[in-house]
Design a protein around this ligand. Structure first.
Ligand code: 5AD
Ligand code: SF4
Length: 439
């Protein structure tokens, strides 16, 4: 961050939700630093400005927001401002200030470029989802010097019946390719080696630009990012199973810079439920895409998201999900109980699943996934992987990931950070593996 002769103020920012929010927070930090001389603090009680960057994908974090706001109100320094940003800001708007009148501003997920404007307008509420951040260019700040998140699109054009995101982030717009490539070049010049492309549906990239830009699809974008010489690793999240065409899978498999790891949100293993969710693909299509991927790349690591107890999910539907999970054996599985969200189609569905049944299904699925992980992790022992080191852990170890996303920690000096080394696994564990550097 830049230093300035102007007296600096302190900013505390809490980021909830997905990688998109992490990047939005980085943008806000950069704008506030450059234009308003804010420096980050990890202590909310010494901050002049407290921001909560919220998520609204499920109901629980929304409830938590108001209790957290109450805590910040008590702890905050005299005169410090509180701002609520992100998806819950988009969804609840002025209701936030009605329920918590000490909140100074509310800024939606699609409006974060206005952060320095709302700061000076008490009780401002900016939540227009049609707002076009057409230059998409913000001041730059990055949490990690080793890995860079880069947005490739904003918003979402899908209409999944469970999902609030199209209402909080608006229609999908692809960011012009030349801006993305310039950003990639800028970050690798600072030493970053891993690029993480972000979008709600990354492989829908190129369907709509805000202006007359060159039509480039996601597969072509991946090629162009990989052509930037200093880029060593490329990851992205999330692709939509529906748009996983052969060309995309083949590029993924053959491009050495693209990491062998993909997060492919399934949501349900029942074609009937997928239809109710308006996902646009069947169980068979999903399985076919996994097969194609694994044919080309047997070592690929696949993670997914599953919602249990969507309205109308019968025992048989749930069994189909379980059967698919047993078949695919995902490397990582994020599972959630369905949570009805406002402004979604499924909100009004009346064939809801009994909450106890829902909890039992979630537990069953999570136990199954633990078994799958416990079966797989011992096979890592004594194997050697290339690990890109990117973090100093609180236990003093240095950690990094393999191309397939396995988290490894080693004893070693901080000089390892930002380098890739061959590491042999000496001890396995569910969440993190311990290794020793060979080279
Ligand atoms: N209820 C439960 N889980 C949801 N997700 C999205 N909306 C809901 C909802 N209404 C899950 C999906 C998505 C992940 C980010 O959150 O699995 O992929
Ligand atoms: Fe990210 Fe969706 Fe949560 Fe918004 S609602 S922060 S887009 S996960």
């Amino acid at each position: 961050m830049s230093t300035s002769l102007v007296e600096t103020k302190k900013l505390f920012i809490e980021t909830l939700g997905c990688a998109m929010n992490v990047r939005d927070s980085e943008h806000m930090i950069a704008e506030l630093n450059e234009k308003e001389s804010y420096e980050l603090t990890e202590k909310s009680e010494e901050a002049d400005l407290i921001i909560i960057n919220t998520c609204s994908v499920r109901e629980k974090p929304v409830h938590k927001l108001f209790s957290e706001l109450g805590v910040f109100k008590k702890k905050k320094k005299e005169g410090a401002k509180i701002g609520v940003c992100g998806c819950t800001a988009s969804h609840l708007g002025k209701e936030i200030i009605q329920r918590a009148p000490y909140v100074n501003f509310v800024l939606g997920a699609r409006n974060i470029s206005k952060i320095t404007e709302v700061l000076h307008k008490d009780k401002a509420v900016e939540i227009d989802i049609n707002y076009d951040e057409s230059e998409f260019a913000f001041k730059d700040f990055r949490t990690s010097p080793y890995k860079a998140y880069i947005n490739i699109s904003i918003g979402c054009d899908k209409a999944c019946t469970f999902c609030i995101v199209p209402k909080t982030r608006g229609d999908e717009i692809s960011i012009p390719t030349d801006l993305i490539i310039n950003e990639v070049k800028r970050v690798v010049a600072t030493g970053v080696k891993e690029i993480f492309l972000l979008g709600q549906n990354v492989n829908n990239y190129g369907r709509r630009f805000s202006d007359n830009h060159e039509k480039v699809n996601f597969t072509e974008l991946l090629r162009r990012v990989s052509e930037v010489e200093e880029v060593e690793r490329i990851r992205f999240t999330s692709p939509h199973p529906l748009h996983m065409d052969d060309e995309f899978i083949e590029e993924f498999a053959s491009n050495d810079k693209i990491c062998n790891q993909m997060h492919i949100p399934l949501q349900s293993g029942s074609t009937k439920i997928l239809k109710e969710m308006k996902r646009g693909y069947s169980r068979e299509w999903f399985l076919n895409r996994i097969e194609k991927l694994r044919d080309l790349l047997p070592e690929v690591s696949i993670s997914t998201d599953i919602i249990v107890a969507f309205p109308g999910e019968s025992d048989e539907d749930f069994e189909e999900t379980i059967d698919l999970v047993r078949q695919v054996k995902f490397n990582q599985l994020f599972s959630f109980k369905y949570s009805a969200r406002p402004h979604t189609e499924a909100e009004n569905y009346t064939n809801t699943v009994d909450p106890e049944v829902a909890s039992a299904r979630l537990t069953f699925l999570q136990n199954l996934q633990d078994e799958i992980i416990d079966e797989r992790t011992p096979t890592y022992l004594d194997k050697t992987y290339d690990v890109y080191f990117e973090a100093l852990r609180s236990d003093g170890y240095i950690s990094g990931r393999t191309a397939t996303g396995i988290l490894l920690k080693v004893k070693g000096s901080e000089e390892l950070l930002g380098t890739t080394k061959a590491v042999k696994v000496i001890k396995t564990g569910r969440a993190v593996q311990e290794g020793e550097v060979l080279t």
